[in-house]
Ligand binder design. Structure first.
Ligand SMILES: Nc1ncnc2c1ncn2[C@@H]1O[C@H](COP(=O)(O)OP(=O)(O)OP(=O)(O)O)[C@@H](O)[C@H]1O
Ligand SMILES: [Mg+2]
Length: 298
């Protein structure tokens, strides 16, 4: 006799009802992963989100990097926004000046006196509870910034998110390795979510004075690796001082210098990513009363 669960698509077998409810109207959920820290994952997350926002999408970012949440700083969310947590009927994401909806574990980051709740299994439990109380409402895209690495922690977090549409892998030319790709592919299998593509950050430098193009760490490494593993290559992002400057001032470069080569590279990557996503009937409700008379969602 067939067991009842086997009739259900594996994606729907997890029991995360409250989180599913909280994310019921989020159309695409995409996690961004990297092999190691410091490759520019968070910068990619905020700029991908910005590029989608420029296409007039409703976009959110969930910063799940429990070790060093940096999304709020890169999009200009001030710490006094912690006040929003005082509501009793769930948590509304913070909306940035450019209309990105942000929620970060930084906002519930415990003080030094309560670190124990973030250890081991508690961490996952607190995270799930947090995820189920965020009111994302109707949204086209939700990007999830994960801790570096494709280990247990990232997998646990990704597993807490129902119906993840896929993962985007960020690497640098120095970091690029077959190990990362194999690990990402394994993670994708375990999560039953596809790898939507590989992004090679800091792959080239355009000298702003002489226009010379430098490939410090070798040309087209990401593209070749992606081809070897049969992963879509989404594009490269130049090494650019303005990129980090924009991040430091709390405005993603796609908003701050939209005409720059780097912003345009980011927008191209966002276009490619959109092409990779399956068509879906929009979960978006036509009537968005909270947006009336505003130029960005609330
Ligand atoms: N293409 C780039 N050009 C110039 N600077 C960059 C570029 N990409 C990232 N950076 C800078 O490198 C630093 C690390 O980037 P970021 O925080 O996005 O990396 P990360 O992978 O999220 O790191 P972590 O592992 O700490 O979360 C930041 O100061 C960022 O501004
Ligand atoms: Mg980061």
């Amino acid at each position: 006799m067939k067991d009842e669960d086997s009739q259900i698509h594996p994606k729907h077998q997890h029991h995360h009802g409250p989180i599913r409810d909280a994310m019921a109207h989020v159309n695409y959920k995409i996690a961004i992963i990297s092999g190691k820290g410091g490759v520019g994952k968070t910068s990619v997350v905020v700029n991908l989100a910005a590029a989608m926002r420029k296409k007039d999408m409703v976009v959110g970012i969930f910063d799940a990097d429990v070790h060093g949440p940096s999304v709020p700083k890169m999009v200009g969310v001030k710490t006094e926004m912690r006040d929003i947590l005082h509501g009793s009927h769930g948590i509304d994401p913070v909306v940035t000046e450019h209309g990105l909806k942000i929620m970060s574990v930084a906002l519930i980051w415990p003080t030094d006196s309560t670190p124990v709740m973030w250890r081991g299994q508690y961490k996952a439990r607190v995270l799930r509870q947090f995820l189920s109380s965020i009111k994302w409402h109707e949204m086209d895209f939700l990007f999830v910034d994960l801790p570096p690495g494709t280990g247990d922690e990232s997998i646990t977090i990704m597993k807490s998110i129902p119906d993840l549409d896929g993962m985007v892998v960020v690497t640098t030319p120095q970091e690029i390795s077959t190990i990362i790709c194999s690990k990402a592919i394994n993670a994708a299998k375990e999560l039953n979510a596809p790898i939507l593509g590989l992004i090679e950050n800091m792959n080239v430098y355009h000298c702003p004075d002489c226009g010379r193009v430098e490939h410090f760490f070798g040309k087209d490494k990401g593209e070749r690796l992606a081809r070897t593993f049969d992963i879509p290559f989404l594009g490269g992002i130049p090494l650019d001082g303005q990129y980090s400057e924009a991040a430091d001032t709390g405005v993603p470069i796609v908003f701050k210098y939209p005409e720059s080569l780097t912003a345009r590279a980011m927008i191209k990557i966002a276009d490619k990513l959109m092409e990779r996503l399956p068509e879906k009937e929009k979960a978006i409700v036509k009537d968005r009363p909270w947006e009336e008379g505003r130029d960005h969602p609330r």
